[in-house]
Design a protein around this ligand. Structure first.
Ligand code: SF4
Ligand code: SF4
Length: 370
């Protein structure tokens, strides 16, 4: 199987301010190119694109290609589960939204301390077994954003898990917050297949500092920054799929150009990547991946990732004019950073373990006139 998976979480939009406004005609075009080049793995989830991602997959892929020509991975939204009876309702809804009668891969979405406890308490693992026995799930796993210690505990208790989806990229590899390498090594120790998410860290590894880009270009003038990040993730033993959330045809074509005839990263290239990671680390203010897990439960509706992005832009460029404009644009009609009531719900869902409350205070101090 080719190692590039099409993530349906950053699809092209008609209105860049509205994640639900998926540009379905461009998505169809991208799906056609992807399939024509021999790639066939698609990843979606219940909440992506304000719950429109699964339907987009049905329209762009399922209705237009034979079922046995593609592979679909979908995820149980653990955040929506409040009891045992929610599992069949959500699962049936997903089958309907995607327009299929089985999922090739099915994962619990975002297993962490709390969601793991609840999944066990509500009988989530038994529910999956039942669906596997009925043939509605072919392979089973979970996506994970917590510590390697918890990952070890989950995999020890549930050897039936076949695969783990992990955040792996060269910037997080040794990060004390994400502990990417340790999580990867834990999954491999348990003999699990690994799916990589966020190989570009939500785009942070595409627009990198000039000094870092110069190192990449000196080593290979024709390779994109994305190619270094994707190949880093795909070169790890045990990784069977690297997901990329693609929003432009050009991105798709670039990904295909190096993932088609995949060449693992050499030792020499790995050394360059380490130097680049050090340069980026120094320049990044806040490592937000724009996953939006934080925004759903915010009682005042603060557009957290947009505000962080504006703040990062200010820290990187020191250009208050542009960054301030970006902040004000996102703040229009929404709660300001200073309106955060410090309830902490967002921090519980943040896979990067960001101290969002403190960050919002800094953002308010930076952008808001007192
Ligand atoms: S701490 Fe602030 S930003 Fe986070 S969920 Fe609560 S109100 Fe929203
Ligand atoms: S603050 Fe955390 S949860 Fe929110 S978008 Fe950024 S990384 Fe995701």
């Amino acid at each position: 199987m080719k190692k590039l998976g099409f993530g349906f979480m950053r699809l092209p939009l008609i209105n860049s301010e509205d994640p639900a406004s998926i540009d379905i005609e461009t998505v169809k075009k991208m799906v056609d190119i992807f399939m024509e080049k021999g790639f066939n793995y698609f990843d979606t989830a219940y909440p992506y694109h304000k719950e429109k991602s699964e339907e987009a997959l049905r329209e762009a892929l399922v209705k237009r290609y034979p079922r046995d020509s593609f592979i679909i991975a979908d995820k149980m939204p653990t955040i929506r589960v409040t009891g045992t009876s929610d599992y069949p309702v959500l699962f049936e809804n997903q089958l309907k939204r995607v327009g299929v009668d089985y999922f090739d891969y099915y994962l619990f979405h975002n297993i962490w301390k709390k969601s793991f406890r609840e999944t066990e308490e509500y009988g989530g693992f038994d529910f999956i077994k039942e669906k596997i026995n009925k043939g509605q799930i072919k392979h089973f796993g979970f996506s994970f954003h917590d510590t390697p210690e918890l990952l070890d505990e989950v995999l020890t208790k549930h050897p039936e898990v076949e695969l783990v989806q992990l955040q792996i990229n060269y910037l997080d590899w040794e990060s004390p917050g994400v502990r990417s390498r340790e999580c990867y090594e834990t999954a491999v120790k348990h003999g699990k297949k690994v799916i990589v998410m966020e190989p570009n860290k939500g785009g942070s590894l595409i627009n990198i500092p000039e000094e870092a880009e110069r190192l990449f270009k000196a080593a290979n003038p024709n390779a994109s920054n994305a190619s270094w990040a994707m190949r880093f993730a795909g070169s790890l033993d045990g990784v069977f799929m690297v997901l990329s959330g693609m929003s432009k045809v050009e991105q798709l074509l670039d990904n295909i150009s190096f993932m088609d005839d995949f060449k693992p990263i050499s030792d020499e290239e790995n050394n360059i990547i380490k130097q680049v990671a050090q340069i980026i680390e120094k320049s990044l203010a806040i490592g937000c991946t724009k996953c939006r897990y934080c925004t759903d439960g915010c009682p005042v509706g603060i557009p957290i990732p947009e505000y962080i992005s504006a703040y990062n832009s200010y820290i990187l460029t020191k250009n208050m004019g542009n960054a301030g404009m970006y902040y004000r644009r996102h703040a229009a009609g929404k709660a300001l950073a200073s309106e955060c009531i410090k309830c902490g719900k967002c921090e519980q869902n943040c896979p990067q373990h960001l101290k969002i409350r403190n960050i919002l205070s800094e953002i308010a101090d930076t952008f808001e006139i007192k």
